[in-house]
Design a protein around this ligand. Structure first.
Ligand code: GLC
Length: 454
């Protein structure tokens, strides 16, 4: 079989380039250990109130015992949707979702004044109450999952530190989120509703699994954003402003998305530069669903510029515009096991890209794999640091409750995390179980509301 010189050159340079990508995105065992060590020391600094990229936020939330009961409204404001749920806790670890409403958060809600966003939330709750036929005299407590960094002062009081996930509300620091919501509810005459608990989505995920599983001591989100929480001994929390904690284990929201001791590639830097919060949330920008697709996009843009893809259609530039490639495409491409990579072709068609030949599609699939594997290895490094923090000698079993579309939908993300944890911990990794815990931010809000009013 003869091969054209141009094809030959393409294959050689293509191989070199993929090796280059592999090198810059690879995180070997030494680097994972380094990340783990840095992360652990930053966790300690954060708990002591020293300067640290990790906020280590005290949540005033404790673990449930499984016997909490009652009906609650759960509100979940995460990033892409607002969800309102009527949840019934039946005790003995059982939760019933009575009704759910999902409302899209449009970009216009994430810009401008906070009162506008909260007015929209209260309006949506009013509609929901009508749909559920909840009468104005029926008193009901709300558990509010608000998945942004909040400095909590009590279980039902918390000040927003700053917005993440591309929310660009004009007033920032110091907004009391519960006060804002209560105010918006009062304006709509919803006097029968009271916000009993404010919590992060990681906390909701942890308590939801913890409601029925006693070994659960950490919660992790791998979705639009990424973050984790865990149970800390109150005596280890020595920040000056935290006083009078009970003896019971306290759930701490790490806000790990802001960890910044990571080696970034030129592609990560490009994403950071295009973001609305340059230099912040750097771990989130290398790992989470909101940014993973973007890293692939800028890398593919570079591949196109170097004529490794669209070699027959050099004028095709579908990756120039931010947001054209998302994490769902990434999952579909990586899951494609057809011999001619049909899914890759179909994703490209959806994006409006020019046709590709098989070698180009292979390159795209490899690129996606390299980038998502790195993300999973970063997560394994920091998650094992969290387990070390709780149990340095691995004396007990640890269940980590996990929620989020990236973890759920990506074909290899969880396997990559487990593989990397094994590299880091050897047999001790068997003591850690990752459990997909769907809808923790809904059910968990009801559970925390029940604990706080019980
Ligand atoms: C962002 C938020 C954090 C949240 C995470 C997952 O990192 O700052 O509070 O838990 O996204 O939704």
């Amino acid at each position: 079989m003869s091969i054209k010189v141009s094809d030959f050159l393409y294959r050689v340079s293509n191989t070199y380039f993929i090796q280059y990508l592999q090198e810059i995105f690879d995180i070997d065992l030494d680097e994972m250990r380094e990340i783990q060590k840095d992360f652990l020391s930053q966790m300690k600094r954060g708990l002591q109130g020293k300067e640290s990229p990790l906020k280590m936020l005290v949540t005033y939330a404790h673990m449930p015992d499984g016997n909490e009961r009652g009906s609650f409204i759960a509100l979940d404001l995460g990033g892409t949707n607002l969800r309102i749920l009527l949840v019934e806790l039946q005790g003995a670890g059982k939760v019933r979702m009575v009704k759910e409403k999902r409302v899209t958060i449009h970009k216009r809600h994430t810009r401008g004044k906070a009162a506008k966003l909260f007015g929209f939330i209260a309006r949506s709750i009013e509609d929901f109450m009508r749909e559920c036929r909840i009468k104005p005299y029926m008193k009901i407590n709300i558990g509010f999952t608000f998945s942004f960094p909040v400095k909590q002062l009590a279980i039902n009081r918390g000040k927003l530190m700053h917005w993440t996930k591309d929310f660009a509300i004009t007033e920032e620091e110091g907004l009391d989120v519960v006060e804002l919501l209560n105010c918006a509810l009062t304006k709509r005459n919803l006097h029968n509703l009271k916000v009993a608990a404010l919590l992060n989505d990681t906390v909701g995920t942890l308590v939801t699994r913890g409601y029925s599983e006693h070994d659960c001591d950490a919660g992790m989100i791998l979705g639009t954003g990424t973050n984790a929480c865990y149970i800390e001994k109150p005596s280890n929390i020595t920040k000056a402003h935290i006083k009078g904690l009970k003896k019971k284990g306290m759930i701490v929201n790490i806000e790990w998305g802001n960890f910044d001791k990571l080696r970034l590639t030129e592609y990560d830097r490009a994403i950071d530069k295009e973001s609305g919060n340059i230099g912040m949330q750097l771990l989130e920008k290398t790992v989470s669903g909101k940014y993973l697709g973007e890293i692939v996009r800028v890398t593919l843009k570079d591949l196109a510029r170097r004529k490794f893809i669209f070699s027959l259609y050099p004028q095709s530039r579908p990756f120039d515009k931010p947001g054209t490639f998302n994490a769902e495409y990434l999952s579909r491409i990586e899951a494609d096991s057809s011999s001619d990579l049909k899914q890759v072709a179909s994703v490209f068609k959806e994006i409006g890209a020019a046709p590709t030949v098989l070698a180009e599609r292979r390159l795209v699939k490899n690129t996606c794999g390299i980038i998502s594997r790195r993300a999973a290895r970063i997560i394994a490094s920091v998650l094992t640091a969290v387990i070390f923090k709780m149990d340095p000698y691995f004396l007990k079993r640890h269940v980590v409750a996990v929620d989020g579309s990236l973890y759920e939908k990506h074909p290899f993300f969880s396997a990559h995390i487990l593989e990397a944890m094994r590299e880091l911990l050897g047999k001790r990794a068997d003591k850690i179980t990752l459990e997909l815990t769907k809808d923790g931010s809904g059910k968990g809000a009801a559970i925390v509301a029940a604990i706080s009013t019980g």
